[in-house]
Design a protein around this ligand. Sequence first.
Ligand code: ADP
Ligand code: MG
Length: 492
Amino acid sequence: MDFEKKEHPEFPTVNKAHVEQVIVPELSQWCLTNGVALASSENVYTAVAAPTTVFPTPVPRAAYQSAKQLQKPFNKLYAQIANSKWLLKETKSLAKADPEFTGRLFKLYEDRTAKSKQTLKYGIFRSDYLIDHKTASVKQVEFNTVSVSFGGLSSKVGELHSYLNVMGKYDVAGKSFYEPGELHVSESIVFLVKALAAALTLYKVDTEDTAAKREQDDKVVLFVVEPKELNLYDQKLLEYNLLKLYGINSLRATLDEVKTEFTYGRDNRLVHKKTGKEAGVVYYRTGYDVRDYAKEDHWDARGFLEESFAVKAPDLSVQLAGTKKIQQLLTEDKVISKFVDDAKTKKELMDSFVKIYPLDNSEQGKLGKKLALEKPENYVLKPQREGGGHNVYKKDIPAFLKGIKEDEWDAYILMELIDAKPTTKNFIVRDGKLSTEPIISELGIYGSIIFDGDNIHMNDYSGSLLRSKLVSSNEGGVVAGFGCIDSMYLMD
Ligand code: ADP
Ligand code: MG
């Protein structure tokens, strides 16, 4: 077929009244029908459509492709870090600077994770990028190694935008606006589920005596979740697809429920008391924030899971490889060179880094302190925390640092701000209402890796995510109310 290359504006030219009257109702119905939803905080039986954009946001195809290419090397790099003595050494000193959280995680690693007989490790990762305005290249914001979310909703929002396009909603005359192939639908649901199924299969092969036994489908995936999870349907999309595509059942438990509902069987196998089913894979969608361990029992429950024979996604070595401190250390040539031999790969990975400084007494640390106090407008200060809302931005940095003791500064890193270009032509829809403020988009690339020492069983790219946030907000928490799920229009 001969497609005449159409000269496109980047966004449909429909006016705001068309968006409000035609697109928003259609979009909201599609979201609610297809599970692009957040649970209501008041009533577990009701849901609201998750915030999304009206249009897909343009992303240079080359930027997406380069981020995608980086994922397998990043997966491998973080797997090697999780296996390394170097991680333990660095985490031990970080634990002193942040005893409340990193310290507790590290102690649990030593007391429980390190004692597990399970040698398979499993990372479900997401590397997040902003696209630098001047060079149009991707720059890494952070590398997440625990509880990465939105893999479910991301695929669905791609489908939503494709639907609106095909149905002619992006055009007043009812024609489709984008051409086939220009709208990207993230493969994250199927790819993440594929890796969960592979991990469970490896667990079975590893632990069963006969081929016949391997076929038994009494092994399940345990989702360890928060008690009042608003981003519930994102997880449910993975559960349902695990069943639909691979016939694998899953169970859910909060850190409160783990020890009452599960017990250790032979060799610390994790057995569900009520059904006798064995959880071969423990998939954490909680446990990344100090608030997830409000009670001492929660630490104990995590330890019970860590020391079990189940494959953990992730175990504490993989989780601790994802601290902001490790991200900062990797920007140093001599550090990344410990793990990446190939010069071309190393260069490609390092090209995605912006400058990150420690705030310790090293030369770089001294420079970091000076910049934090004298040029804060170019930087973001980050503690060893995940999940949004912990960072300190720009002019707030000096007063924040002066408010804590200087020997606590070690627990923070200072990162150069990435200058991404806002767009003024898209809209965010939240609860049926349009926001017309400019937005900035952050590209996430999912990755899955299953490994046993140096033996890598699976290393995959696992789909993508585009999240957009209001320019006026420093951070784009989707559930917190400042961001939304978007999808990509790949621009050549
Ligand atoms: P968290 O672990 O809390 O998600 P992030 O490092 O991802 O922490 O930061 C949260 C948000 O802050 C990001 O999604 C991004 O919007 C913004 N942000 C973080 N680092 C930078 C940076 N270097 N440049 C610009 N924005 C950033
Ligand atoms: Mg983040």
